[in-house]
Design a protein around this ligand. Structure first.
Ligand code: IVH
Length: 667
């Protein structure tokens, strides 16, 4: 091995670790994103070329992989306890006095920190490298989510300096910043996926994803707040955290050693306001006895340490009158009850409406029109009604009932077994659902047609379009008849509709708005089945064999094509000239290394799914064939390979290769 290559790889790794740290921990990047990506790509290429120089802590590990893994359960070396909670300053004072008395000291130091509202994680480092990341689980054992955690850029894979213990654990919170959370929910809404209620659920849901390359895209962040181990560098909690900071961990600056209760209350008052300007969610303050010796003296109860307590921020509440409840029908047909309130100030905004979520919540609150209700803005962005002031009820209004029929099209609503939501089943006749389908069809990631919500609304209301295919019959002369439409905007729209005929098949498939067929699923379907006829004809059993397609998605696809009106619609779109088959060029663009080679795949594989292997084969000019014959070049054999294929290949003297050998062929 060329020593220069080895040095180059090491230098790049070192440099990229530093840039990661500058960007994600210090928020002070010193190079452009473009430069960073270029260097990362250079390192990735070198690592591919020299697999013997593999390093589990390389910055290239941050992008994750598409290998799905069940999480291994791991027992925590030190149990992961929770904290005692309090909502009152009086109880904070009690905690302080109790601790002081127990330790028999006039004064003790308390460290005040923010209580981050994410999902907790325990990280183990050995010789300065991250070796394991485990979720809290039940406190005794959790899930090994190391591969996912490695994608979190603010968590160091390799530590800086040299004064860290050989082995230690550090605990903290994995968080999804508000901005990332909002963006993610927006995308999920576009793809008809259920929304995350708050960043905490989004963070823990993300950590449990099977595919770490998906996790990598979700831009999680972290704060670490608790060091554990046999030979920690300092005798106080605060100093240990500052040491950890010097090793590269993201340690909050919102931390203070307090010497009196007054200082503690000052910290609470300051952050109770200031926390609203933070990029991540917090739900309180944590107070910890600073001295580790005193911590050891105080010890633990069965559930929590006696040396720490959490003071939870009061979620801001307001009390106002409920005037009416309206029911909104979304694009998917889901019916959401919304409370209309007397306007009231809450956390700096005027609140007039609040979500009531579903029928069970309304029933649980025993809501009546005219009630004085408590509205709260917790971790959720949409305010919600959390209670009724029954004392203030001097006249009982009508009890709020969930509606039976769709407010838009009068179709009786249905409620799916086991689900809280009510749906309007009239997919093709209910105006918001039709408009929603068209809006989805034209959206940027689908057909990218230049028409906003208002335009669709107008065209629909004027009777110009009743479904997505009608868009293609629009003439700019007709559009000019509409109010305020100038020739230029009319021509732009018609041109953009015309251009959409070139949009590749996977986006057309996504645009159709088949329930649960998001962007990724559409891509998988296209690369496995190649054209719309095959997808339409595919049975449930064939569909579930496609990578990432499970029961729910397969059923939805079969249901979609079982409906005659959908088949007619797709046929119309075909006649119009939309792309309904895979772009052949996209299949064979990477290289010609496998030209003239035909390969049979059998069994299951460790690193890639069969569909992915097939794609790679085709991208390099190879041919994937179903049965072994004398013309077959290789049998790509995985685990549980079909015995007849194996036997036939052996008989015909066909070379049998493993997944790794295949990957080498195309490297
Ligand atoms: S210390 C033994 N510090 O709150 C106690 N926890 O209810 C170790 N949390 O599970 C926890 N911010 O997920 C600590 N600055 C902070 C925290 C914090 C958030 C979470 C953590 C823990 C829960 C306790």
């Amino acid at each position: 091995m060329d020593i220069e290559v080895k040095n180059k790889i090491e230098a790049l790794r070192h440099e990229l670790h530093q840039h990661n740290y500058n960007y994600y921990v210090l928020s002070q990047p010193t190079i452009s994103d473009f430069e960073f990506d270029r260097k990362l790509k250079e390192l990735q290429d070198l690592e591919l070329q020299y697999p013997e120089l593999y390093d589990p802590s390389s910055p290239t590990q941050r992008v994750g992989s598409d290998i799905s893994k069940e999480f291994k359960q791991v027992k925590h070396k030190y149990s992961m306890l929770s904290l005692g909670n309090t909502y009152s300053e009086g109880e904070v004072a009690d905690f302080y006095q109790r601790a002081r008395k127990f330790i028999n000291a006039d004064e003790i130091e308390l460290v005040c920190e923010l209580k981050y509202d994410g999902t907790s994680i325990s990280l183990t480092y050995e010789n300065g490298e991250l070796v394991q990341a485990v979720t809290r689980g039940d406190g005794e054992k959790g899930d090994d989510v190391t591969a996912n955690v490695k994608t979190i850029r603010s968590i160091p894979l390799k530590l800086q300096g040299n004064d860290f213990p050989t082995r230690f654990e550090i605990r903290g919170e994995v968080l999804m910043p508000w901005a990332v959370f909002d963006e993610l929910n927006k995308e999920r809404e576009e793809q008809e996926e259920s929304l995350f209620a708050n960043p905490r659920n989004a963070a823990s849901g993300t950590l449990k994803l099977q595919n770490s390359s998906e996790v990598s895209k979700r831009k999680l962040d972290s704060y670490l707040y608790y060091l554990l181990g046999e030979d920690l560098p300092a005798e106080t909690h605060y100093d240990n955290l500052q040491k950890a900071k010097s090793w590269g961990f993201k340690i909050s600056d919102a931390i203070k050693v307090c010497h009196s209760l007054d200082e503690v209350f000052e910290f609470i008052a300051y952050w109770n306001k200031e926390r609203k300007n933070l990029p991540v969610a917090t739900d309180g303050i944590v107070l910890k006895v600073n001295s580790l010796r005193q911590q050891r003296n105080l010890g633990f109860t069965a559930k929590s340490p006696r040396w720490a307590i959490a003071y939870k921020f009061q979620a801001e509440q307001a009390c106002t009158r409920l005037n009416s409840v309206s029911f909104q029908v979304g694009r998917t047909g889901a019916v959401t009850p919304v409370a209309n309130l007397d306007p009231v100030q809450l956390s700096g905004t005027t609140v007039k409406r609040a979500s009531l979520h579903n029928a069970d919540i309304i029933e649980g609150l025993d809501l009546h029109i005219g009630d004085m209700v408590f509205v709260e803005k917790g971790g959720e962005i949409i305010p919600k009604i959390v209670g009724v002031d029954t004392e203030a009820r001097f006249m009982l209004g009508d009890k709020v009932q969930f509606i039976k029929n769709c407010p838009e099209c009068d179709t009786p609503l249905v409620r799916v077994e086991g689900e809280a939501a009510h749906y309007c089943p009239n997919e093709d006749g209910c105006p918001p659902q039709i408009k929603g389908k068209i809006e989805h069809f034209v959206s940027r990631k689908a057909m990218n047609i230049n028409a906003g919500e208002e335009t669709i609304e107008l065209l629909y209301n004027k009777g110009y379009i009743k479904n997505i295919a009608d868009l293609y019959s629009l003439r700019w002369e007709d559009l000019l008849m509409l109010d305020r439409w100038a020739q230029k905007s009319a021509q732009n729209l018609v041109q953009s509709i015309e251009e959409s005929k070139q949009v590749p098949f996977e986006r057309v498939l996504f645009a159709l708005g088949i329930r649960y067929v998001g962007e990724t699923v559409a891509k998988k379907l296209v690369s496995a089945l190649h054209n719309i006829n095959a997808i339409e004809a595919a049975s449930y059993t064939e569909l579930v064999q496609v990578d990432e397609i499970g029961d729910r998605i397969a059923c939805s696809i079969v249901d979609y094509f079982a409906k005659e009106e959908n088949r007619i619609l797709v046929n119309r779109l075909k006649e119009i000239g939309l792309q309904f088959k895979i772009d052949e060029h996209s299949l064979s663009k990477t290289s010609e290394k496998l030209n003239g080679i035909s390969i049979v795949i059998s069994g299951t594989f460790e690193k890639h799914s069969r569909d992915e292997l097939k794609n790679r084969m085709e991208q390099h000019g190879g041919k994937n064939v179903a049965t072994v014959s004398s013309k077959t070049t290789y049998l790509l054999a995985g685990e549980n390979i079909g015995p007849s294929k194996l036997e036939k290949a052996q008989k015909l003297g066909i070379k049998i290769i493993s997944e790794d050998e295949f990957l080498q062929l195309i490297q």
